[in-house]
Design a protein around this ligand. Structure first.
Ligand code: MEV
Length: 290
């Protein structure tokens, strides 16, 4: 039996555009998924398509138990965390001998296979390595997170379907490349500007709001996301935007320390659930078996 855990993430800037080679920035958060894998000849087929794909990818038979602090289908990277923790636990339980880089690469392949071939390496990489990461195509750069970078997450509690939203954006790009491609370019440019503004919350807020508008132009907004973003800004946040695939799920806001409670109350006032969090610097780790 082997137990591993991996953190979730907030997609800070660049989601969707990152699938087409533009820069994206994500940050691992303290909420984790813990996965126990036990070698077993007659295991039931797992409910999660991500776990089923992990077992198929490494060609093993095992039972898999998951305990999660992350809401699923919410833009906080629970599928990637499950995938990463499952693959590391399989590698350990079956003594396969792959190194961290290799297993992290497998996690990206598993995500791609379950998302019709379209997934950036962002969610799986940040879950495996922790911290704040910039992804652009094959390039993966660890960023130095600013001290006192404090965010508030709000969950609309409306689940989304990442593969479906990624497919919808791909269709838009196919049918209207002249409109979609400049939107991806603008989202990428915002991510690059954001990289230099993490210690300037006011400017960061402006960039977040612009990124949110461009995501809406891509068709991945949702009235509940708009309500939460507006409520956060009215409560004193510098900026607020969705995290991940959109169409529901979570938003994150940057605000002065003095406005944190007001922003959390604002999320609750529009049926959202505030999720206090902090950055995780550790990434995937082995846990004690119990
Ligand atoms: C999902 O968390 C982020 C997307 O950009 C998809 C991906 O990067 O694979 C929507």
């Amino acid at each position: 039996m082997a137990t591993w855990s991996a953190p979730g993430k907030v997609f800070l800037f660049g989601e969707h555009a990152v699938v087409y080679g533009k820069p994206g920035i994500a940050m691992a958060i303290k909420q984790r998924v813990q996965v126990t894998v036990r070698r077993c000849r007659f295991a039931q087929r797992p409910n999660s398509p991500y776990i089923a794909e992990c077992l198929k990818f490494l060609d093993v038979k095992a039972s898999v138990y998951v305990r999660s602090q992350l809401p699923s289908a919410s833009g906080l990277g629970s599928s990637a965390a499950v995938t990463v923790a499952t693959l590391f636990a399989i590698n350990d339980e079956f003594q396969l001998g792959y190194n961290k880089e290799e297993v992290t690469g497998f996690a990206h392949e598993v995500e791609k296979a379950t998302q019709n071939g379209r997934a950036s390496a962002t969610d799986t990489y940040v879950s495996a390595y922790g911290g704040m990461v910039l992804i652009r195509g094959e390039e993966k750069r660890r960023l130095i997170p600013p001290e006192n970078f404090s965010i508030v997450i709000g969950n609309t509690q409306i689940p989304h379907h990442t593969a479906e939203l990624v497919r919808k954006v791909a269709e838009f790009r196919k049918s209207s490349p002249a409109v979609a491609n400049p939107i991806f370019d603008a989202i990428g440019a915002i991510a690059m500007e954001a990289m230099h503004n993490f210690d300037n919350p006011k400017e960061l807020g402006v960039l977040m709001n612009r990124n949110q508008s461009l995501l809406e132009a891509l068709g991945v907004g949702h009235p509940a996301l708009t309500r939460m973003n507006e409520a956060a800004k009215n409560a004193g946040a510098f900026g607020s935007k969705l995290s991940g695939a959109g169409g529901g799920g979570c938003v994150w806001a940057v605000c002065p320390r003095s406005a944190r409670n007001r922003v959390m109350n604002a999320f609750e006032s529009c049926d959202g659930k505030p999720i206090p969090t902090a950055i995780d610097m550790e990434g995937v780790r082995k846990e004690a078996d119990y």
